[in-house]
Every structure is written in C-alpha cells, then in structure tokens.
Design a protein around this ligand. Structure first.
Ligand code: IMP
Length: 421
C-alpha cells in the first residue's frame, strides 16, 4: 500500500493550501481534489510566475503526476475548459494527467442562477461566491443532479434536461430565455469527454499497487457543511473524512493528515469570526498579507490566531502535523495575540468551539499576549534561524492547538519555508 495523505484547511479557507500541495506533490503519484468547485482559488508561484487554479488540482504542474477530480467535487465545465486552456503553453493538460470522475456533479447555469437569486433575496446572505456551489450540492442530495458521466453523453444529458423541464418549477422559463448559455454549456462536453474515467477505481487500484496519493482539500474546516458554523459554510465536506467519502477510500488507508493554517485567521463571507480585528492591526495584516479572495477579489476579514477554532479543527481532522503560513506578515507588530478560550456573557468561559452561531456571535475571545519580533524572518532555514519571539509564538500555537508544526511558510514561492520538525 502506498502513502495516502490528506491536506485540509484548518481554518475558514484561504490558508494557502496550494503552496503546500505543490510541495508535497513532489512525492505523490496522484493528486486528487476531493470537494468544492470553482469557489476555490489556489494561488501558486512557480519560477516567478503566478498561477491561480480554481478547479484543477495543483499536481498538474508536476510532470509524470496525475491530477484527479474525485466524486465529491462539483465542476463548472466551461470554466474548467478555460482553465485547461489558460495553462497552455507552460503546462499541457491531457487525459493522461487529468482524470475527471464521472460521479462528480456538474454546476449548471441554472445552479448559478439559483445561487445569485438566493443571495440577492436573503435577509441574511451567506456571502457565497455565487458560483452555483450550494444549489449543485443541493440538487445532488436531492438526487436530481447531472453527473459528469451523463453530461458527456448527449442522450443522457437530454434525458436529464427533459426531466428537469418537467419537474422543476421555474427551470423551463430560465432555459427558454437563455438559449446561448445552454448551448455554450453543452458545447464543451465533447472537449471534456476524453478526461472522464472511473478515477476512484483507478486511484484505489493505484493505492493498492503502492502509489503515493495526495488528497487535496479546498476551503477549510470551519466551512464544512456538517461541522462548520452553519449556515455560513460551503456545501461540501471539507474535512479529512470528506476526502475518504469523495474518493471511496477506506479510512484505514490514510497515512497522514496535514492541517494548513495561517499564523492569523481570515474569513470571506458572512458569519461570526470571534477574533476579528476591526482596527489598524487588522487593516495592516490585510494589506501586508494581500488578503483578497483569489476567486472573487473580495477583501478578507482578518483576526488573531484562534486556538479554540484550531483545537476544534484538530479534534475533527486528527492532524498529524500543521503547516503554518504567513508568519512573515506578523513581523514588526509589537504585541501579538492568540485566543485560548472564549468568554460568553451567560455560559462563562468556553474552551470548546460552540455549535450554535448565536452563542458564537456573543463570544469574546480570551487572549494570551506575546511580544512580537522586528528581525525579518529568513526565507529558508530551520527553527534556530527564527527570531526567538517568533519561536515562542509558534510554540504557543502548538501548545494551544495540540499539534506539532512541521514547517512554516515564509513567502509564496515553492522554496520559501522553514523546517521546524
Ligand atoms: P460557496 O462555497 O460559494 O457556497 O460560499 C459559502 C461560504 O464559503 C461563503 O462564506 C464563502 O465566502 C466561503 N468560501 C467558499 N469558497 C471559499 C474559499 O475558497 N476560501 C474561503 N472562503 C470560501
């Protein structure tokens, strides 16, 4: 049996998973994305060039590796073709190095329309990316979805369409009013057809034959449909267990789970963020950290490292190690904080992340404070090369999260990290 590792976002998404997946992909034969759709954005800097991937797994940059999109992913076909074409000429995406699951569900123009409608009409919008993600997963759960396997087969696609026209209120008039949108949608099916294969079976066979598999998560634990702060979540299972469900892999095949976190937190969209900073320090972190969404360009809300949320993420995912990004952004801030508990006006001190958003909204963080550092963090090196206060801050993150940090990212490039472990 080969190694099967999972990379999971430990916070509210945008932790910088792409960079680590790109590094870890060096030792992988197959890199498979397990959930989400083009709501995600993985930014990678390779040889000084910036790439933003929304759907294709980062493994595609490694010659000889396979990138796969598994059953739990949702796919916008037109956007996927555009992404494949955008990678040319530097990266050639072929049916040999990109496998698309026939079980993955398709984001249709109708799903995108519904996402806009719901957000625009909601009294308390979720702040979705409006990419049709929620309605696509909803349709899947309702057993009315269009899967990639059907999408690429004209007869099966027609059958789905006939059923939809007959069953779904409002669909017929939307369909009739947008003939070009629907013909464009269907047109790319033939282009994607060669990529569609039984990727889950092939990956299971690969794992049994000793291949190393890396499972790539999108978004983060606090955005998980079941365990995140619902309803301000995405509609998929972002956690490590979600990877097994998506791939159809036995849980016991998993050899390593990496949690990716920033040295602070960010969130896009609505919902409580207990350690959010509304002051100049928050604005400074946002500016320095370039905290704007890779997909929507929306500014991200910034706050202190939240060890309550991180302990929760650790307990759900069972991280073997953390990989921490953006320590360098904190350089020069004189006083740093870590939330070690929450204080609620009625419930007192809470050490565990509450399930109830109304409670979470009323929580105030209980902070431990740490002196900052002014010396630049080196781009590469080992723990001993870090300013002593940076080492103390990392040690406190480890202690309050209950997990060892293996590496610390010091910049966006592949080679920019410090080894702690
Ligand atoms: P949806 O996934 O577009 O339905 O959006 C649901 C929630 O998840 C919103 O708060 C989004 O801002 C958030 N979200 C979705 N994708 C990402 C991501 O890649 N990074 C951070 N937040 C995300």
């Amino acid at each position: 049996m080969g190694n099967v590792s999972i990379v999971v976002g430990a916070q509210w998404g945008d932790e910088g998973k792409g960079k680590w997946i790109d590094i870890l992909a060096d030792n992988a034969d197959i890199v498979a994305r397990y959930q989400g759709g083009n709501n995600a954005g993985h930014t990678l800097y390779i040889k000084g060039q910036k790439y933003v991937l929304h759907q294709i797994p980062s493994g595609v940059f490694h010659p000889g590796r396979v990138a796969a999109m598994a059953a739990g992913v949702v796919i916008n076909p037109g956007e996927l073709v555009a992404e494949i074409n955008k990678l040319l000429p530097s990266v050639h995406v072929t049916p040999e190095n990109l496998w698309i699951s026939p079980r993955a569900h398709v984001i249709t123009p109708w799903n995108i329309f519904l996402d806009h409608e719901r957000e625009n009409r909601a009294s308390d919008p979720i702040g979705t990316t409006k990419r049709g993600i929620g309605p696509t997963y909803g349709e899947k759960a309702n057993r009315a979805g269009l899967r990639m396997g059907q999408f690429i087969n004209p007869d099966a696609r027609q059958m789905w369409l006939r059923e939809k026209l007959a069953q779904e209120p409002g669909f017929k008039s939307f369909y009739e009013q947008h003939p070009k949108v629907w013909s464009d949608f269907a047109e790319v099916a033939a282009t994607l057809a060669p990529y569609v294969c039984d990727s889950e079976t092939k990956i299971r066979q690969g794992a049994r034959a000793g291949k190393n598999i890396l499972l790539e998560g999108a978004q983060g634990t606090l955005l998980d449909l079941d365990h995140g702060n619902y309803p301000y979540v995405t509609s998929s299972s972002t956690t490590a267990a979600g990877a097994c469900t998506s791939l159809g892999l036995p849980t016991k095949t998993i050899t390593h789970v990496y949690g990716i976190a920033k040295a602070y937190v960010t969130k896009v969209g609505s919902g409580p963020l207990p350690t959010e900073l509304h002051d100049e320090t928050g604005a400074l972190i946002a500016r320095r950290g370039n905290e704007f969404g890779a997909t929507t360009g929306r500014p991200r809300r910034c706050g202190w490292y939240d060890a309550v949320a991180m302990r929760y993420a650790q307990s759900i995912n069972g991280f073997d190690h953390l990989l921490v990004n953006k320590m360098d952004i904190l350089t020069g801030i004189p006083l740093l904080k870590i939330a070690v508990a929450y204080k609620h006006p009625r419930l007192g001190i809470l050490k565990d992340f509450p399930w109830d958003n109304t409670v979470l909204k009323e929580c105030q963080p209980v902070y431990e404070e740490f002196p900052g550092w002014t010396d630049e963090i080196p781009k590469q090196g080992f723990s001993k090369d870090l300013p002593p206060n940076a080492r103390r801050f990392l040690a406190a993150m480890e202690e309050h999260t209950g997990c060892r940090i293996l590496m610390v990212g010091t910049g966006p490039g592949r080679e920019e990290f410090i080894k702690l472990g």
